[in-house]
Design a protein around this ligand. Sequence first.
Ligand code: GLN
Length: 234
Amino acid sequence: MSTFRIGLVLPDVMGTYGDGGNALVLRQRLRMRGYDAEIVEITLSDPVPDSLDIYTLGGAEDSAQRLATRHLQRYPGLQRAAAKGAPVLAICAAIQVLGQWYETSVGERVDGVGLIDVTTSPQAERAIGEVTTAPLLDGLTAALTGFENHRGGTKLGGEAHGLARVTRGVGNGVGDGLEGVVQGSVIGTYMHGPALARNPELADLLLTRALGVTELAPLDLPEVDQLRRERLRA
Ligand code: GLN
């Protein structure tokens, strides 16, 4: 196949806690299996292409989040790619940006991109700390682990499903016990970490979908297993 292209969307405004690392993890897991893979950075100076194989978006503070929202509305390449089935991984603020609307921490309501059926409002307390969950998505079996830091609580509408059930931490934070969101080809999560470094099964699920294969050769990476053991114990 030709070079596999990973879109790192707006790393200039979205990418707290090393979320850009998710693109590195995807590229590395592909290269270790002999695929030719590259990261395409899409900044606020670029239109958003709809031709990439997979897209990742990181978290952000309120003001950066607004800039990203406006850019994605102006250049709807991500929405077109998702409609064609390209996997999209949205971390934290990116869930809020891709939703119907979100309210900032000062209560201002901002129209989102409308790609997923979620809405977000600030909660009384900021959720900060380790989050551990049991996946609800077919194809995931292992516990998910991440670090969350958000004030927004995200409510899922009828079209959206939870990624996982919270066993420790807060998750979406609206009392339904859910963490993250799955809708069509979009997977959203509040897990920083970066999420894919801590959760290789999720990385490979995204890659199998993007490649249109049923499975990928397993990778023997004891240091990743070690990292998971440490984080799950923490
Ligand atoms: N500003 C958003 C919130 O606090 C997102 C934060 C983040 O991406 N870490 O809910």
